[in-house]
Design a protein around this ligand. Structure first.
Ligand code: HEM
Length: 449
Protein backbone atom coordinates (compact mmCIF):
# COMPACT_ATOMS: atom_id res chain seq x y z
CA UNK A 1 0.00 0.00 0.00
CA UNK A 2 2.82 2.31 0.91
CA UNK A 3 4.54 1.74 -2.45
CA UNK A 4 1.26 2.28 -4.32
CA UNK A 5 0.67 5.61 -2.58
CA UNK A 6 4.21 6.71 -3.21
CA UNK A 7 4.12 5.81 -6.91
CA UNK A 8 0.75 7.51 -7.49
CA UNK A 9 1.67 10.58 -5.45
CA UNK A 10 4.85 10.96 -7.50
CA UNK A 11 2.72 10.75 -10.64
CA UNK A 12 0.44 13.55 -9.44
CA UNK A 13 3.61 15.61 -9.09
CA UNK A 14 4.54 14.69 -12.69
CA UNK A 15 1.15 16.00 -13.87
CA UNK A 16 1.64 19.28 -11.99
CA UNK A 17 5.14 19.62 -13.41
CA UNK A 18 3.92 19.14 -16.98
CA UNK A 19 2.08 22.45 -16.60
CA UNK A 20 4.97 24.15 -14.84
CA UNK A 21 7.38 22.98 -17.56
CA UNK A 22 5.07 24.43 -20.21
CA UNK A 23 5.52 27.80 -18.50
CA UNK A 24 9.21 27.78 -17.52
CA UNK A 25 10.43 26.05 -20.69
CA UNK A 26 11.52 22.48 -21.14
CA UNK A 27 15.16 23.09 -21.91
CA UNK A 28 15.79 26.18 -19.79
CA UNK A 29 18.12 25.74 -16.81
CA UNK A 30 15.15 25.55 -14.45
CA UNK A 31 13.29 23.16 -16.76
CA UNK A 32 16.29 20.83 -16.91
CA UNK A 33 16.73 20.93 -13.15
CA UNK A 34 13.06 20.12 -12.53
CA UNK A 35 13.25 17.18 -14.90
CA UNK A 36 16.43 15.89 -13.32
CA UNK A 37 14.71 15.96 -9.93
CA UNK A 38 11.78 13.97 -11.34
CA UNK A 39 14.19 11.57 -13.05
CA UNK A 40 16.00 10.66 -9.86
CA UNK A 41 12.80 10.55 -7.79
CA UNK A 42 11.06 7.99 -10.03
CA UNK A 43 14.39 6.37 -10.85
CA UNK A 44 15.09 5.53 -7.19
CA UNK A 45 11.71 3.81 -6.85
CA UNK A 46 12.22 1.93 -10.12
CA UNK A 47 15.65 0.73 -9.00
CA UNK A 48 13.99 -1.26 -6.24
CA UNK A 49 10.55 -2.09 -7.65
CA UNK A 50 10.51 -1.53 -11.39
CA UNK A 51 7.75 -4.00 -12.25
CA UNK A 52 5.41 -2.86 -9.47
CA UNK A 53 6.10 0.74 -10.44
CA UNK A 54 4.99 0.07 -14.02
CA UNK A 55 1.87 -1.89 -13.11
CA UNK A 56 0.77 0.50 -10.36
CA UNK A 57 0.80 3.35 -12.87
CA UNK A 58 -0.66 1.27 -15.71
CA UNK A 59 -3.51 -0.19 -13.63
CA UNK A 60 -4.40 3.06 -11.86
CA UNK A 61 -3.73 5.67 -14.52
CA UNK A 62 -3.89 3.98 -17.92
CA UNK A 63 -1.69 2.66 -20.72
CA UNK A 64 0.07 6.02 -21.02
CA UNK A 65 1.59 7.78 -18.04
CA UNK A 66 4.49 10.02 -17.10
CA UNK A 67 7.66 8.51 -15.71
CA UNK A 68 11.20 9.54 -14.81
CA UNK A 69 12.17 12.85 -16.51
CA UNK A 70 8.60 13.72 -17.64
CA UNK A 71 8.90 11.01 -20.28
CA UNK A 72 5.64 9.64 -21.64
CA UNK A 73 5.59 5.91 -21.01
CA UNK A 74 3.69 3.76 -23.53
CA UNK A 75 2.85 0.39 -22.03
CA UNK A 76 0.43 -1.52 -24.33
CA UNK A 77 1.54 -3.74 -27.20
CA UNK A 78 -0.21 -1.61 -29.83
CA UNK A 79 1.30 1.65 -28.53
CA UNK A 80 4.84 0.31 -28.21
CA UNK A 81 4.70 -1.30 -31.64
CA UNK A 82 3.54 1.95 -33.21
CA UNK A 83 6.24 3.89 -31.41
CA UNK A 84 8.94 1.52 -32.67
CA UNK A 85 7.83 2.07 -36.29
CA UNK A 86 8.39 5.86 -36.26
CA UNK A 87 10.82 6.85 -39.04
CA UNK A 88 13.01 8.82 -39.07
CA UNK A 89 13.38 8.48 -35.33
CA UNK A 90 15.02 11.19 -33.26
CA UNK A 91 17.02 9.95 -30.32
CA UNK A 92 18.85 11.31 -27.30
CA UNK A 93 21.82 9.54 -25.78
CA UNK A 94 19.68 7.19 -23.73
CA UNK A 95 19.89 3.51 -22.97
CA UNK A 96 16.20 2.72 -22.73
CA UNK A 97 15.08 4.44 -19.57
CA UNK A 98 18.61 5.32 -18.49
CA UNK A 99 19.98 8.68 -19.51
CA UNK A 100 23.70 8.67 -20.19
CA UNK A 101 24.70 11.71 -18.17
CA UNK A 102 28.39 10.76 -17.87
CA UNK A 103 29.71 10.58 -21.44
CA UNK A 104 33.20 10.17 -19.95
CA UNK A 105 32.33 6.52 -19.20
CA UNK A 106 31.86 6.03 -22.98
CA UNK A 107 34.98 8.05 -23.93
CA UNK A 108 32.64 10.83 -25.08
CA UNK A 109 31.18 8.84 -27.95
CA UNK A 110 27.37 8.61 -27.98
CA UNK A 111 25.72 5.21 -28.05
CA UNK A 112 24.57 4.25 -31.53
CA UNK A 113 21.11 4.37 -29.97
CA UNK A 114 21.67 8.09 -29.44
CA UNK A 115 22.91 8.82 -32.98
CA UNK A 116 20.71 10.30 -35.69
CA UNK A 117 20.73 10.81 -39.46
CA UNK A 118 23.83 9.98 -41.51
CA UNK A 119 25.90 9.14 -38.44
CA UNK A 120 23.37 6.50 -37.40
CA UNK A 121 23.00 5.09 -40.93
CA UNK A 122 26.78 4.81 -41.15
CA UNK A 123 27.28 3.07 -37.84
CA UNK A 124 24.54 0.57 -38.66
CA UNK A 125 26.33 -0.22 -41.94
CA UNK A 126 29.46 -0.99 -39.88
CA UNK A 127 27.43 -3.17 -37.45
CA UNK A 128 25.82 -5.14 -40.25
CA UNK A 129 29.23 -5.74 -41.80
CA UNK A 130 30.71 -6.80 -38.45
CA UNK A 131 27.98 -9.21 -37.34
CA UNK A 132 28.28 -12.65 -38.92
CA UNK A 133 25.38 -14.64 -40.24
CA UNK A 134 25.12 -17.52 -37.73
CA UNK A 135 24.04 -20.15 -40.26
CA UNK A 136 26.95 -19.29 -42.57
CA UNK A 137 29.45 -19.28 -39.71
CA UNK A 138 27.95 -22.13 -37.71
CA UNK A 139 31.19 -24.07 -37.59
CA UNK A 140 33.19 -21.20 -36.07
CA UNK A 141 30.30 -20.41 -33.67
CA UNK A 142 30.23 -24.04 -32.58
CA UNK A 143 33.96 -24.09 -31.87
CA UNK A 144 33.73 -20.91 -29.80
CA UNK A 145 30.73 -22.10 -27.79
CA UNK A 146 32.35 -25.46 -27.10
CA UNK A 147 35.58 -23.75 -25.99
CA UNK A 148 33.63 -21.60 -23.50
CA UNK A 149 31.64 -24.52 -22.11
CA UNK A 150 34.73 -26.68 -21.75
CA UNK A 151 36.21 -24.02 -19.44
CA UNK A 152 33.07 -24.21 -17.28
CA UNK A 153 33.42 -28.00 -17.24
CA UNK A 154 36.93 -27.64 -15.82
CA UNK A 155 35.61 -25.47 -12.99
CA UNK A 156 32.80 -28.02 -12.46
CA UNK A 157 29.92 -25.56 -12.55
CA UNK A 158 28.15 -23.07 -14.79
CA UNK A 159 27.06 -19.89 -13.03
CA UNK A 160 24.46 -18.04 -15.09
CA UNK A 161 25.07 -14.49 -13.83
CA UNK A 162 28.87 -14.72 -13.70
CA UNK A 163 29.91 -17.10 -16.46
CA UNK A 164 27.57 -16.35 -19.37
CA UNK A 165 28.56 -12.68 -19.81
CA UNK A 166 32.24 -13.70 -19.69
CA UNK A 167 31.64 -16.33 -22.37
CA UNK A 168 29.62 -14.00 -24.56
CA UNK A 169 32.08 -11.11 -24.47
CA UNK A 170 34.93 -13.46 -25.43
CA UNK A 171 32.91 -15.03 -28.28
CA UNK A 172 31.80 -11.68 -29.70
CA UNK A 173 35.38 -10.37 -29.79
CA UNK A 174 36.40 -13.46 -31.74
CA UNK A 175 33.50 -13.09 -34.16
CA UNK A 176 33.78 -9.35 -34.74
CA UNK A 177 37.54 -8.76 -34.48
CA UNK A 178 39.18 -12.20 -34.52
CA UNK A 179 40.72 -11.21 -31.18
CA UNK A 180 41.18 -13.60 -28.24
CA UNK A 181 40.73 -11.80 -24.93
CA UNK A 182 42.90 -12.77 -21.95
CA UNK A 183 41.19 -13.79 -18.68
CA UNK A 184 42.11 -10.36 -17.23
CA UNK A 185 40.53 -8.60 -20.19
CA UNK A 186 37.38 -10.70 -19.87
CA UNK A 187 37.18 -9.81 -16.16
CA UNK A 188 37.65 -6.13 -16.98
CA UNK A 189 34.96 -6.24 -19.69
CA UNK A 190 32.52 -7.92 -17.29
CA UNK A 191 33.30 -5.19 -14.72
CA UNK A 192 32.72 -2.53 -17.37
CA UNK A 193 29.25 -3.89 -18.11
CA UNK A 194 28.37 -4.23 -14.42
CA UNK A 195 29.45 -0.63 -13.90
CA UNK A 196 27.19 0.82 -16.61
CA UNK A 197 24.93 2.46 -14.03
CA UNK A 198 27.88 4.76 -13.32
CA UNK A 199 27.28 6.33 -16.74
CA UNK A 200 23.88 7.58 -15.64
CA UNK A 201 25.27 9.76 -12.86
CA UNK A 202 26.16 13.40 -13.54
CA UNK A 203 29.56 13.52 -15.27
CA UNK A 204 31.53 15.18 -12.48
CA UNK A 205 30.32 12.60 -9.94
CA UNK A 206 31.03 9.68 -12.26
CA UNK A 207 34.36 10.96 -13.57
CA UNK A 208 35.86 12.61 -10.48
CA UNK A 209 34.10 11.66 -7.23
CA UNK A 210 33.75 8.02 -8.23
CA UNK A 211 36.94 7.84 -10.24
CA UNK A 212 38.20 4.99 -8.06
CA UNK A 213 35.33 2.96 -9.57
CA UNK A 214 35.11 4.38 -13.07
CA UNK A 215 38.73 4.91 -14.08
CA UNK A 216 39.77 1.21 -14.18
CA UNK A 217 36.76 0.55 -16.44
CA UNK A 218 37.51 3.55 -18.66
CA UNK A 219 41.18 2.58 -18.93
CA UNK A 220 40.12 -0.92 -19.98
CA UNK A 221 37.90 0.57 -22.69
CA UNK A 222 40.79 2.70 -23.97
CA UNK A 223 43.14 -0.28 -24.10
CA UNK A 224 40.66 -2.55 -25.86
CA UNK A 225 39.91 0.09 -28.45
CA UNK A 226 43.61 0.26 -29.27
CA UNK A 227 43.58 -3.53 -29.68
CA UNK A 228 40.61 -3.30 -32.06
CA UNK A 229 42.75 -1.20 -34.36
CA UNK A 230 45.23 -4.08 -34.66
CA UNK A 231 42.49 -6.50 -35.75
CA UNK A 232 42.68 -8.01 -39.26
CA UNK A 233 39.12 -6.76 -39.79
CA UNK A 234 39.73 -3.18 -38.69
CA UNK A 235 40.52 -1.76 -42.15
CA UNK A 236 37.18 -3.11 -43.46
CA UNK A 237 35.20 -1.32 -40.74
CA UNK A 238 37.22 1.84 -41.19
CA UNK A 239 36.53 1.86 -44.95
CA UNK A 240 32.77 1.38 -44.45
CA UNK A 241 32.60 4.02 -41.72
CA UNK A 242 34.59 6.48 -43.86
CA UNK A 243 31.87 6.34 -46.52
CA UNK A 244 29.63 8.00 -43.93
CA UNK A 245 32.31 10.39 -42.61
CA UNK A 246 32.76 8.38 -39.41
CA UNK A 247 36.22 8.50 -37.85
CA UNK A 248 38.24 5.76 -36.13
CA UNK A 249 37.20 6.92 -32.64
CA UNK A 250 33.50 6.71 -33.48
CA UNK A 251 33.80 3.32 -35.17
CA UNK A 252 35.91 1.63 -32.49
CA UNK A 253 33.82 3.02 -29.62
CA UNK A 254 30.54 2.07 -31.24
CA UNK A 255 31.79 -1.46 -31.84
CA UNK A 256 32.87 -1.61 -28.19
CA UNK A 257 29.30 -0.71 -27.16
CA UNK A 258 27.79 -3.08 -29.69
CA UNK A 259 29.78 -5.96 -28.21
CA UNK A 260 29.58 -5.06 -24.54
CA UNK A 261 26.20 -3.46 -24.01
CA UNK A 262 23.93 -4.68 -26.78
CA UNK A 263 25.55 -8.02 -27.53
CA UNK A 264 26.92 -9.38 -24.30
CA UNK A 265 24.43 -8.05 -21.78
CA UNK A 266 21.37 -8.82 -23.94
CA UNK A 267 22.36 -12.26 -25.17
CA UNK A 268 23.71 -13.61 -21.90
CA UNK A 269 20.54 -12.46 -20.11
CA UNK A 270 18.33 -14.21 -22.66
CA UNK A 271 20.45 -17.36 -22.70
CA UNK A 272 20.27 -17.43 -18.89
CA UNK A 273 16.48 -17.22 -19.05
CA UNK A 274 16.29 -19.98 -21.69
CA UNK A 275 18.41 -22.24 -19.49
CA UNK A 276 16.20 -21.34 -16.51
CA UNK A 277 13.01 -22.17 -18.44
CA UNK A 278 14.44 -25.51 -19.57
CA UNK A 279 15.65 -26.39 -16.06
CA UNK A 280 12.13 -25.90 -14.69
CA UNK A 281 10.08 -27.63 -17.39
CA UNK A 282 11.03 -31.33 -17.67
CA UNK A 283 8.64 -32.15 -20.51
CA UNK A 284 9.80 -29.20 -22.59
CA UNK A 285 13.44 -30.02 -21.88
CA UNK A 286 12.89 -33.61 -23.07
CA UNK A 287 11.28 -32.35 -26.28
CA UNK A 288 14.22 -30.01 -26.84
CA UNK A 289 16.67 -32.87 -26.22
CA UNK A 290 14.81 -34.99 -28.81
CA UNK A 291 15.10 -32.17 -31.32
CA UNK A 292 18.79 -31.71 -30.54
CA UNK A 293 19.37 -35.44 -31.09
CA UNK A 294 17.48 -35.30 -34.37
CA UNK A 295 19.42 -32.38 -35.85
CA UNK A 296 22.94 -33.12 -34.60
CA UNK A 297 24.93 -36.27 -33.83
CA UNK A 298 27.31 -34.47 -31.44
CA UNK A 299 30.35 -35.05 -33.61
CA UNK A 300 32.16 -32.27 -35.49
CA UNK A 301 30.34 -28.94 -35.08
CA UNK A 302 26.64 -28.39 -35.80
CA UNK A 303 25.97 -27.12 -39.32
CA UNK A 304 23.95 -24.08 -40.33
CA UNK A 305 21.31 -26.59 -41.39
CA UNK A 306 21.15 -27.94 -37.81
CA UNK A 307 20.49 -24.40 -36.56
CA UNK A 308 17.77 -23.89 -39.17
CA UNK A 309 16.17 -27.22 -38.23
CA UNK A 310 16.03 -26.37 -34.50
CA UNK A 311 12.54 -24.97 -34.80
CA UNK A 312 11.33 -25.92 -31.32
CA UNK A 313 14.41 -24.31 -29.79
CA UNK A 314 13.74 -21.23 -31.89
CA UNK A 315 10.23 -20.94 -30.45
CA UNK A 316 11.52 -21.51 -26.91
CA UNK A 317 13.90 -18.58 -27.42
CA UNK A 318 11.17 -16.30 -28.79
CA UNK A 319 8.69 -17.12 -26.04
CA UNK A 320 11.38 -16.69 -23.39
CA UNK A 321 12.30 -13.33 -24.93
CA UNK A 322 8.63 -12.34 -24.71
CA UNK A 323 8.30 -13.20 -21.03
CA UNK A 324 11.79 -12.09 -19.97
CA UNK A 325 12.87 -9.40 -22.45
CA UNK A 326 16.50 -8.46 -21.78
CA UNK A 327 15.84 -4.94 -23.12
CA UNK A 328 12.83 -3.57 -21.28
CA UNK A 329 12.52 -0.03 -22.62
CA UNK A 330 13.03 1.81 -25.88
CA UNK A 331 13.29 5.56 -25.99
CA UNK A 332 12.95 8.35 -28.57
CA UNK A 333 12.30 12.09 -28.56
CA UNK A 334 9.12 13.83 -29.69
CA UNK A 335 9.74 16.19 -32.57
CA UNK A 336 6.95 18.56 -31.66
CA UNK A 337 5.05 19.80 -28.67
CA UNK A 338 1.45 18.86 -28.03
CA UNK A 339 -1.07 17.52 -25.57
CA UNK A 340 -1.33 13.99 -24.29
CA UNK A 341 -4.20 12.27 -22.56
CA UNK A 342 -2.96 10.81 -19.28
CA UNK A 343 -5.77 9.08 -17.41
CA UNK A 344 -8.61 11.57 -17.38
CA UNK A 345 -6.45 14.63 -17.90
CA UNK A 346 -5.00 16.36 -20.90
CA UNK A 347 -1.42 17.39 -20.21
CA UNK A 348 0.93 19.52 -22.26
CA UNK A 349 4.23 18.06 -23.43
CA UNK A 350 7.14 19.82 -25.06
CA UNK A 351 9.29 19.21 -28.12
CA UNK A 352 12.15 16.90 -27.09
CA UNK A 353 10.05 15.02 -24.52
CA UNK A 354 11.16 11.42 -24.25
CA UNK A 355 8.66 8.86 -25.51
CA UNK A 356 9.36 5.56 -23.78
CA UNK A 357 8.06 2.16 -24.83
CA UNK A 358 7.83 -0.48 -22.12
CA UNK A 359 8.59 -3.79 -23.85
CA UNK A 360 7.98 -5.81 -20.70
CA UNK A 361 4.37 -4.68 -20.22
CA UNK A 362 3.71 -4.72 -23.99
CA UNK A 363 4.86 -8.34 -24.15
CA UNK A 364 2.41 -9.25 -21.41
CA UNK A 365 -0.52 -7.26 -22.79
CA UNK A 366 -3.70 -9.38 -22.53
CA UNK A 367 -5.14 -7.58 -25.58
CA UNK A 368 -2.37 -9.07 -27.69
CA UNK A 369 -1.48 -12.33 -25.93
CA UNK A 370 -4.01 -14.75 -24.47
CA UNK A 371 -3.04 -15.71 -20.89
CA UNK A 372 -0.02 -13.47 -21.29
CA UNK A 373 1.86 -14.71 -18.23
CA UNK A 374 1.81 -18.33 -19.41
CA UNK A 375 4.65 -19.88 -21.38
CA UNK A 376 3.05 -20.96 -24.65
CA UNK A 377 4.89 -22.05 -27.77
CA UNK A 378 1.83 -22.00 -30.00
CA UNK A 379 1.76 -18.20 -30.10
CA UNK A 380 2.17 -16.08 -33.21
CA UNK A 381 5.63 -14.52 -32.86
CA UNK A 382 5.51 -12.52 -36.09
CA UNK A 383 5.24 -9.16 -34.31
CA UNK A 384 7.40 -9.87 -31.28
CA UNK A 385 8.78 -6.62 -29.86
CA UNK A 386 11.73 -7.93 -27.85
CA UNK A 387 14.31 -7.15 -30.58
CA UNK A 388 12.68 -3.78 -31.25
CA UNK A 389 10.11 -5.13 -33.69
CA UNK A 390 10.66 -5.76 -37.36
CA UNK A 391 11.11 -3.89 -40.65
CA UNK A 392 12.32 -0.42 -39.66
CA UNK A 393 15.56 1.52 -39.31
CA UNK A 394 16.08 0.88 -35.60
CA UNK A 395 15.52 -2.90 -35.32
CA UNK A 396 18.17 -4.83 -33.41
CA UNK A 397 20.91 -5.71 -35.91
CA UNK A 398 22.03 -8.61 -33.68
CA UNK A 399 18.75 -10.52 -33.66
CA UNK A 400 19.79 -13.43 -35.91
CA UNK A 401 23.19 -13.76 -34.28
CA UNK A 402 21.82 -13.72 -30.73
CA UNK A 403 19.26 -16.42 -31.59
CA UNK A 404 21.93 -18.47 -33.41
CA UNK A 405 24.29 -18.20 -30.44
CA UNK A 406 21.64 -19.29 -27.96
CA UNK A 407 20.66 -22.22 -30.19
CA UNK A 408 24.30 -23.24 -30.43
CA UNK A 409 24.72 -23.10 -26.64
CA UNK A 410 21.64 -25.28 -26.20
CA UNK A 411 22.84 -27.82 -28.79
CA UNK A 412 26.12 -28.26 -26.92
CA UNK A 413 24.59 -28.10 -23.44
CA UNK A 414 22.06 -30.85 -24.11
CA UNK A 415 24.19 -33.06 -26.34
CA UNK A 416 27.75 -32.84 -25.10
CA UNK A 417 27.54 -31.56 -21.52
CA UNK A 418 25.77 -32.64 -18.35
CA UNK A 419 25.14 -31.47 -14.80
CA UNK A 420 23.96 -33.24 -11.62
CA UNK A 421 21.73 -30.61 -10.14
CA UNK A 422 20.86 -26.95 -10.28
CA UNK A 423 20.13 -24.27 -7.70
CA UNK A 424 16.90 -22.24 -7.45
CA UNK A 425 15.67 -20.68 -10.70
CA UNK A 426 14.35 -17.24 -9.83
CA UNK A 427 13.76 -14.17 -11.96
CA UNK A 428 14.16 -10.97 -9.97
CA UNK A 429 11.33 -8.58 -10.83
CA UNK A 430 12.29 -6.04 -8.22
CA UNK A 431 15.86 -4.89 -8.67
CA UNK A 432 16.30 -3.18 -11.98
CA UNK A 433 19.13 -5.51 -13.07
CA UNK A 434 18.68 -7.84 -16.06
CA UNK A 435 15.60 -10.06 -16.12
CA UNK A 436 17.43 -13.36 -15.86
CA UNK A 437 17.93 -16.00 -13.16
CA UNK A 438 21.35 -14.59 -12.32
CA UNK A 439 21.94 -16.80 -9.26
CA UNK A 440 21.21 -20.07 -11.03
CA UNK A 441 24.14 -22.52 -10.96
CA UNK A 442 24.37 -25.79 -12.91
CA UNK A 443 26.31 -27.94 -10.43
CA UNK A 444 28.59 -30.84 -11.29
CA UNK A 445 28.93 -29.39 -14.78
CA UNK A 446 31.00 -31.71 -16.99
CA UNK A 447 31.68 -32.74 -20.56
CA UNK A 448 30.08 -36.01 -21.71
CA UNK A 449 32.88 -36.68 -24.17
C1 HEM B 1 24.74 -10.71 -30.68
C2 HEM B 1 23.92 -10.09 -29.89
C3 HEM B 1 23.39 -8.69 -30.12
C4 HEM B 1 23.98 -7.64 -30.75
C5 HEM B 1 25.35 -7.61 -31.38
C6 HEM B 1 23.05 -6.54 -30.69
C7 HEM B 1 23.29 -5.29 -31.22
C8 HEM B 1 22.44 -4.21 -31.13
C9 HEM B 1 22.77 -2.88 -31.53
C10 HEM B 1 24.12 -2.44 -32.07
C11 HEM B 1 21.70 -2.10 -31.31
C12 HEM B 1 21.57 -0.62 -31.60
C13 HEM B 1 21.04 -0.43 -32.98
C14 HEM B 1 20.96 1.00 -33.42
O1 HEM B 1 21.57 1.89 -32.80
O2 HEM B 1 20.28 1.25 -34.42
C15 HEM B 1 20.67 -2.95 -30.78
C16 HEM B 1 19.41 -2.53 -30.45
C17 HEM B 1 18.50 -3.32 -29.81
N1 HEM B 1 18.64 -4.62 -29.45
FE1 HEM B 1 20.22 -5.81 -29.85
N2 HEM B 1 21.92 -6.93 -30.03
C18 HEM B 1 22.09 -8.22 -29.64
C19 HEM B 1 21.22 -8.98 -28.91
C20 HEM B 1 19.99 -8.55 -28.50
C21 HEM B 1 19.06 -9.34 -27.74
C22 HEM B 1 19.31 -10.75 -27.23
C23 HEM B 1 17.95 -8.57 -27.56
C24 HEM B 1 16.66 -8.90 -26.86
C25 HEM B 1 16.04 -10.05 -26.95
C26 HEM B 1 18.18 -7.30 -28.22
C27 HEM B 1 17.25 -6.27 -28.27
C28 HEM B 1 17.51 -5.03 -28.81
C29 HEM B 1 16.57 -3.91 -28.76
C30 HEM B 1 15.17 -3.92 -28.14
C31 HEM B 1 17.19 -2.85 -29.39
C32 HEM B 1 16.64 -1.43 -29.57
C33 HEM B 1 17.04 -0.60 -28.40
C34 HEM B 1 16.58 0.82 -28.56
O3 HEM B 1 16.23 1.22 -29.67
O4 HEM B 1 16.60 1.56 -27.55
N3 HEM B 1 19.41 -7.33 -28.77
N4 HEM B 1 21.14 -4.23 -30.66
Amino acid sequence: MELKNKVLKAHRRQIRFSRILAKVGYNTAIGKLLRLGLYYMDGLTMLRAWRDFLYIRKDNIGDKFFAVDQAIMHSSHAQVRELMQVEPQVRGNDLGIIRILAPSYMLNNPLSLGMNGNEHTGIRAVFLQALPNPTEQAEFLGQLVNKSLSKAAIQGQLHIGNDLPRMMVAILHELVFQISLSEEEITASAAYIKGLALASLPNFISKYLLSFKTSPNIRHRQRLIERYKQSPRWSLYLATGAQYQLNAHQIANSLFDMIHIAGTAGTSALLGSVIGVLCLDNALRNDVISEVNAVWDGKDTPSGYALAQSTLLNKVILETARLYPPVRFVSQLSTERGEVEIGTQRCPFQRGTRLLGSIFTANRDANRYKNPDNFDLTRDFSDILSWNGEGHERVCPGRALSIGLIQMFCLYLFKNYQWNSFTEVKWDFEKVTAVTPNNLVLQGFASKR
